[in-house]
Design a protein around this ligand. Sequence first.
Ligand SMILES: Nc1nc2c(ncn2[C@@H]2O[C@H](COP(=O)(O)O[C@H]3[C@@H](O)[C@H](n4cnc5c(=O)[nH]c(N)nc54)O[C@@H]3COP(=O)(O)O)[C@@H](O)[C@H]2O)c(=O)[nH]1
Length: 698
Amino acid sequence: MANTIKKQVVLIVDDNPVTRMLMTQALTSTELQIVEAASGEEAIVQFTLYKPDITLLDVSMPGMNGFECCARLRALPKGVECAIVMVTALDDVEDIEQAFESGATDFITKPLKWPLFKHRVRYILKANRTLQELSLNKNKLAKAQSIANLVYWEWDFESEFLECSSDMFDMLGFPKEMNLTVRSALKKIHPEDRTKLIIALKQAIYEKQSYDIEYRIIRSDGSVLFVNERTDISFEYGQWRIVGTLHDITSRKQSEQEITYYAYYDTLTDLPNRRLFIEQLETAIASAKRHQVQFALMFLDLDRFKYINDTYGHHIGDEVLCQSAQRIRECVRDSDLVAKANYDTDNRVARLAGDEFTVLLDDISRVEQVAEIANRLIGAFSSPFFISEKHLHISISVGITLYPNDGHNVETLLQHADVAMYHAKEKGRNNYQFFSESMDNYLKLRLEMENDLRAALSDDQFEVYYQPQYDAESMAIVGLEALLRWRHPTKGLLTPGYFIEIAESTGLILSIGNWVLMQACCQVRQWQQESGCAYRIAVNLSASQFTQSYLLETVRKTLKESGLLPETLELEITETAMLKDTAETIPLLFSLKKLGVRLAIDDFGTGYSSLSYLKNFPIDTLKIDRTFVEEIVTNSKDCAIAQTIVQLADNLQLCTIAEGVETSEQADVLRKLGCAEFQGFYFSHPLPVSQLSLLLKH
Ligand SMILES: Nc1nc2c(ncn2[C@@H]2O[C@H](COP(=O)(O)O[C@H]3[C@@H](O)[C@H](n4cnc5c(=O)[nH]c(N)nc54)O[C@@H]3COP(=O)(O)O)[C@@H](O)[C@H]2O)c(=O)[nH]1
């Protein structure tokens, strides 16, 4: 198939048919298609139909003249792309000016020079096509640049003015008609990045070095744009020029910032996370080492946070953490010390994990300054948190280490701050402690015990000892108290004083307590069967066992499995544990009572001693605490207290048992006061099963 070349269309507009004919004759060729119009009105119709590439337009025509026609043709589709050449008989400057004002591309004056006419038209057609292609390419380039968020600029070092793509005005927030200069563009650069760009520009001008840098632009509306600027330096037409592109990389930067944020910040509290904190601590160590100064690291832990989380749910827990972060931040921000050290204070507070926070205090000259801030932090938690209509009281325990005294590296400093914080917890919470070597030793020992204790149950290292309880009148053994012992592989036989608190704090007490209960019930059931006596067995319950929801089920199951009669089991609970949360303990005590077991208040008289609870609680026995028995013979006040307890028990029809009876004199006084039962070294120490079996036999 032959290649058909598209003909270019020439529209000849002239009211004179002879001129039209002559023009047509002059232009007729295989490459051109000629269309004619005898008036301006007809020209518009023909233009719409043929969309010519060139229009030769006579100026003086009856009706619509050439100028008006030109303006109307420009407004038609493809009107802008068409070359419109005014053909005028008048070689008049005014006409020529008016021709350009109405949108003409060029003009030809009559009389036409026919030998040149054809070439002139062809030249205009060619020039117009080149212009069209240029404009098309420009548009394509502009579109590609806009898709790529790219703007372009050019600067010859000689002048102030910048030549640039129109998008650059939008990017900088300048009006399009403004004369953009290097100086005005520089004013838009973020002050922190300006020097960097000026240095790069100077190197470009003086050393002819192109550059590729990133910086920020502050737009007129205040928004910040991140751009990447790449340049090329060339020497053209005897002039040095720098050509550059600005690539809008704001969204990439924002994504990078987001990624950094998630990697280095805690999204709940907006504080630096453990990772960033470790980096900051490393920097602080390096800087303190260089300047030979000391700094403090504070380790903060919220007291009772687990309780808040478990009781009120995670959403309240999260809010507590957010408000805590805020309180810590404000406390540190207010501090004179921090102001002096010129901190980015928000970054000096971090959330390590859960309810653990840290504070870094640089350049400490006096330890008192740190103590002052610690006090301030503790004080900041003295007012309750108000969350979801609830007032929640939360305190903090703070551990403090000092660089370089307490450690030279991140690991040691953190570990020691943690040790100090634990010490603050042990000291009753809501306080701060500085780290010390002895504290470290103590806690290491404790940690060792904790690990040993975890293995003790599975390794069968526990034993139950039994201490007899005697009837004050007949002196017969009526009951036994089960007392836990730990046969430690290296430390020997340990009494609960060495480990019960660790068992409590680690939660191990629950499984150990259940084991003691089962052990004691089975053993006493055996002694009951062997002797035919209904010995009672007293078992101590820790506060955490007592508040455990499945205690009732555990006791029921133990009684069933051991076959022990419920009325021969007495559970000893301290006054403090019993009164901790009466809304929960009263129903539990009644449920236990319903099982048929006996309930005793241990260490009676040493706790809150709110006597009103005695009438509400289904108690069977009051155990007079050893501290009143100790000096009962010599101290009339102790004697009076013991007497009051016995009388109170009598009136409420409760049984009394005195613990810690070490002499016959003590037993005599207690007997005279009417105490029903005795327990103590005077009668028998707690004994292992084998020895107690012998004692019971005899
Ligand atoms: N939750 C659990 N707590 C338990 C368990 N076993 C014991 N304990 C608690 O430990 C406390 C200390 O017990 P222990 O070292 O065994 O001391 C008991 C007796 O040895 C001691 N005692 C008895 N008579 C005398 C005496 O004449 N003088 C004297 N100085 N001490 C004496 O008293 C302890 C018994 O006290 P109490 O329980 O208050 O009757 C112990 O108090 C328990 O709370 C356990 O299995 N679970």
